[in-house]
Design a protein around this ligand. Structure first.
Ligand code: BGC
Length: 722
């Protein structure tokens, strides 16, 4: 069971009083100090800055002794003794590294993800972290963008559920030694819509798309009590996000009443100059503070110019007071004034402990997606006496950890070869050939082909390095890197059956693979237990259950390709277009419109049948629940989990609506032959959108509803909102 979580949007009145008392004693310089966050890599004299109250928070500090040493200077040697808040990026684990967040989302298991997030927070808290720069909730429909690895995929509904789970996990009320962590939701807002998938690039989208697609996971995170938010690097429809008063003031503060801290991204204030939005650091400071940024990460702007701007009357001191009050309140909520130091023994029994490693394995197993399994080639059985294991990622520890590894270490990871050796029947012979590097020029075709020829089956472990993903790591060509495709085709040509395990931080473009290779397991960058999880799935110890949370394009030219697109006036598959010939439709000449593998898709070693869809509320009021049920039967021979998905389509609206939208899902475990009655009750209030006036509304009218195994298949019904 998950545990209780802290809410940072609620606090005792006593905290207000204490914050007011401190604020009353602070000089302007000390106030600006609280609004300044420095990294341990800062080039100045950190100790003096802390002692003089010129810094309120530090980032990238993971040594608990160093944290306590600097905290002692803040608490015991600075004039007012205000404790520091230590921030880190605990994105998918601290030392016990879990699968990358995109992979984690493929579990569709919020309860598990909450517990996984809690593991990261616990290990981080034990080493002195108070502030976690996560969850990253950026919806992304463009896998060229390297940061797709950090989020939960393409869908706002799933993204919102995952965002809430992660916030609850990071902000668990029962972390080790009574320590506390506050989440920082990022990157506000619509960073994942970067043009052409290039990081930091321009985003120019309609306000409706912003509100319907990109903002919901942020709002959901705040509804779960997240205490802070990080701005983004890009410009949003003409105004850089870090100085964008529309999103930072109007939406965040006025509409949502967000009470927490707004932190800039790393040096993002100074970057207003490159955006062409500020002439110098001083103007960048002015624009950011007026827009509502409370704290400057890597503060070369606020620390230098903010005091002057207030003294010159360009920035009202009341604005500074509001920001500092928010920062102090969070520090009080974290308990830092009463317990500023971290017990240095807390981490000993916690970091990489058996429970944490077991949970990393559980998440890895559930995050992997079986994309193809022709003639049930998988799971491999005792009949396979000689197995060739080929490829650059077979005996690799480094890349399994994926981007953002915090203090994760390569040596903690079990490789695929380790995993296979653990689960392999003793009598099976293993022929291992690395054959090539992920990107390098060398290729040992002969070794690989000979191994495959000598084996009953060949497992190829292929894909991306961790460095091909994450911040500033976009790709324009998304096939297998280096000479891996050549290797794959040579092994396939031997005629030995081939299983491909794909490791990556994004969906790759793999049409050849999908056509020729009988069995494909998408394993992502699966964290320290990935090797074992892969082996468990390949050899049938575990039945795969993950489903995609991002569409796999057939070609880079299809991007962005996502399931919740609009219909257009000339849909590719519509009947009844009379005026124009077949050719004049919304489609490509040289590729189908559909992705290679759709959102929600994933196979199992068993089969599930959907039957008896019942719309219990064929006519439903706007203040009621839509109730739809289905019977799910495990019709195969193994126990398995199915992720049952519910989609709706609003057929006609005052603005056009997507062809499908996910509105519910459930992970259901069934033994062979077992059936389950799966019933969804969905508040009709959640079936709305932002209208022409930008107000959220639910419009009466006809809807389709589907319950099924992915965004393409499913049983269909209809209902009407009255
Ligand atoms: C990233 C943030 C991260 C910050 C601190 C920035 O470059 O965009 O996601 O939290 O660095 O490490």
């Amino acid at each position: 069971m998950t545990s209780k979580a802290l809410r940072f949007d609620q606090w005792e009145p006593e905290i207000d009083e204490r914050a007011t008392a401190i604020l009353a004693q602070m000089t302007l310089e000390e106030k600006v100090g609280q609004m300044t966050q420095l990294s341990k890599y800062w080039r100045g004299d950190l100790v003096s800055a802390i002692r003089e109250g010129r810094v309120g928070s530090l980032l990238s500090l993971t040594d608990v002794y160093e944290v306590n040493r600097l905290q002692r200077i803040a608490v015991e040697e600075s004039r007012l003794g205000i404790p520091l808040m230590i921030g880190n990026d605990v994105i998918h684990g601290y030392r016990t590294i879990f699968p990358i967040p995109l992979a984690e989302s493929c579990t569709w298991d919020p309860d598990l993800l909450e517990r996984a997030a809690r593991v990261g927070a616990n290990e981080a808290a034990a080493n002195g972290t108070h502030w976690n720069f996560a969850p990253m909730v950026d919806i992304c429909r463009d896998p060229r963008w390297g940061r797709i690895a950090e989020g939960a995929g393409e869908d706002p509904f799933l993204g919102s559920v995952v965002a809430q789970a992660r916030v609850r996990g990071f902000q668990s009320a029962d972390l080790v030694g009574g320590r506390r962590v506050v989440a920082c939701v990022k990157h506000y807002a619509a960073y994942g819509a970067a043009e052409s998938g290039k990081d930091y690039n321009t985003v120019d989208i309609s306000e409706r798309t912003l509100r319907d697609v990109y903002l919901p996971p942020f709002k959901a995170a705040f509804d779960a009590g997240a205490g802070s938010v990080m701005t983004a690097f890009h410009e949003l429809s003409g105004v850089p996000a870090t100085a964008n008063s529309f999103i930072l003031r109007q939406v965040l503060r006025d509409e949502w009443n967000f009470t927490g801290i707004v932190l800039s991204d790393y040096d993002a204030i100074a970057e207003l100059i490159f955006h062409g939005f500020a002439t110098d650091h001083k103007e960048a400071t002015l624009k950011s503070v007026l827009a509502g940024v409370d704290m400057d990460m890597m503060g070369y702007a606020y620390s230098v110019h903010l005091v002057d701007l207030v003294r010159e009357g360009q920035v009202p001191e009341s604005l500074i007071d509001e920001a500092v009050r928010r920062i102090l309140i969070i520090k009080f909520q974290l308990g830092l004034f009463d317990a500023p130091y971290t017990d240095e023994t807390l981490a000993q029994d916690l970091i990489l402990c058996e429970d944490h490693r077991a949970m990393a394995l559980d998440v890895a197993q559930k995050s992997m997606v079986l994309l193809k399994n022709e003639d049930n080639l998988l799971p491999l059985s005792a009949a396979h006496k000689r197995i060739a294991v080929i490829g650059p990622l077979v005996q690799n520890q480094h890349d399994l950890l994926g981007c953002w590894r915090c203090v994760g270490e390569d040596q903690d990871a079990e490789t695929v070869l380790d995993g296979i050796r653990t689960v392999l029947p003793e009598e099976t012979a293993l022929l291992y050939v690395p054959a090539c590097e992920i990107e390098g020029p060398e290729l040992d075709i002969t070794g690989a082909v000979n191994a495959a020829l000598a084996a009953d089956v060949a497992i190829l472990v292929l894909g991306e390095s961790m460095e091909m993903n994450g911040e500033a790591h976009s790709r324009a060509h998304m096939g297998l890197p280096g000479r891996q495709q050549e290797l794959l085709e040579a092994v396939w040509a031997t005629g030995t059956p081939v299983v491909v395990v794909l490791m990556s931080g994004r969906p790759l473009v793999i049409p050849w693979l999908a056509e020729h290779i009988p069995a494909i397991l998408q394993a992502w960058h699966g964290g320290i237990r990935a090797g074992r999880a892969i082996a468990d799935i390949l050899f049938g110890v575990v039945n795969p259950s993950g489903k995609l949370t991002t569409s796999f394009p057939r070609a880079e030219g299809q991007i962005p390709v996502y399931y919740a697109h609009k219909n257009t006036g000339r849909p590719a598959d519509a009947a009844g277009i009379v005026q124009f010939t077949e050719a004049y439709r919304s489609r490509y000449l040289d590729e189908p419109n559909a992705p290679l593998y759709p959102f929600g898709y994933g196979l199992s070693y068993t089969t599930f049948e959907y039957s008896d869809l019942v719309v219990e509320t064929p006519q439903v009021g706007g203040d009621k629940n839509l109730v739809v049920s289905v019977t799910l039967t495990n019709t195969g021979e193994r126990a398995g989990d199915e992720i049952v998905q519910l989609y709706v389509q609003d057929l006609m609206g005052s603005v056009t609506r997507p062809v499908k939208e996910l509105k519910g899902f459930r992970r259901v475990s069934l033994t062979p032959g077992q059936r389950a009655y799966v019933r969804f009750e969905i508040p009709v209030s959640q079936l709305g959108f932002h209208g022409l006036d930008m107000e959220y509304r639910v419009e009466p009218g006809d809807f389709n509803v589907w319950i099924g195994p992915n965004s393409v298949e499913g049983l269909k019904g209809t209902f009407k909102i009255l």
